[in-house]
Design a protein around this ligand. Structure first.
Ligand code: HEM
Length: 186
């Protein structure tokens, strides 16, 4: 069952549960440095973020591309966020180009999976990596997506490998802004 939309905000400031290990600009303009990131779920509990270095919002929404068979493959392997040993995380905000958004849904699906194999590649990183995709474009945010991943520090190579393969895919030729923030929590 598709859950109800969940509003999520990532707030970067001096302290918070996730300490920033690195803040790397991959494509386009970067984000200011900050010591920590707090992940706030829900609209009601959003505090004033005037002290924040930056704050990015997104919504956990319905899927756009997966087929029934792909969803089944994902559900068979995927793990929830918040596992005790998953003390490493990556927040990767991404914006795609107008060229991408001008395509039709079937053309985007074709590039996303038939030609770039995003899900097939991604499933290879499960169950080591837990993930959550946040949609930001319809909130008129600076990024279209806020992608969030959690894993044990010992699984970092598995994550890095998937990241490298995806970045070499045709889908990524449509990425015009990308920032990679690595985090750790105790
Ligand atoms: C860890 C393994 C991964 C899995 C299993 C995975 C799986 C998926 C799936 C199933 C979707 C489509 C959801 C839908 O139907 O709308 C998706 C979308 C997306 N993923 Fe991944 N992914 C993985 C890794 C990554 C990584 C490392 C990145 C970023 C560097 C990433 C960025 C995105 C983005 C930006 C979208 C939205 C694409 C769009 O709607 O245009 N994914 N992912």
């Amino acid at each position: 069952m598709t859950p109800a939309p969940l509003f999520v905000r990532f707030v970067a400031s001096d302290d918070g549960p996730w300490s920033v290990v690195s803040n790397r600009t991959v494509t386009g303009p970067g984000l200011p440095d900050a010591a920590a990131v707090t992940v706030i779920e829900g609209r009601d509990s959003v505090p004033d973020a005037t002290d924040a270095a930056w704050s990015l919002s997104g919504v956990v929404s319905n899927e756009r591309y997966v087929t029934r068979a792909e969803r089944a493959a994902l559900e068979a392997r995927q793990q929830p966020l918040g596992r005790a040993d998953a003390t490493a995380a990556a927040l990767i905000p991404i914006r795609k180009s107008p060229r991408w958004w001008q395509l039709t849904q079937d053309e985007r699906r074709d590039i996303f999976e038939e030609r770039s194999h995003h899900v097939r590649i991604g499933v290879g990183a499960l169950p080591a990596v837990a993930r959550r995709l946040h949609h930001s474009r319809d909130l008129c945010e600076p990024f279209d997506f806020l992608t969030w991943f959690e894993f044990a520090p010992s699984q970092v190579e598995e994550f890095d490998e998937v990241l490298a393969v995806l970045r070499a895919s045709e889908e990524w030729t449509y990425v015009e802004r990308e920032v990679e923030i690595r985090l750790t929590r105790s």
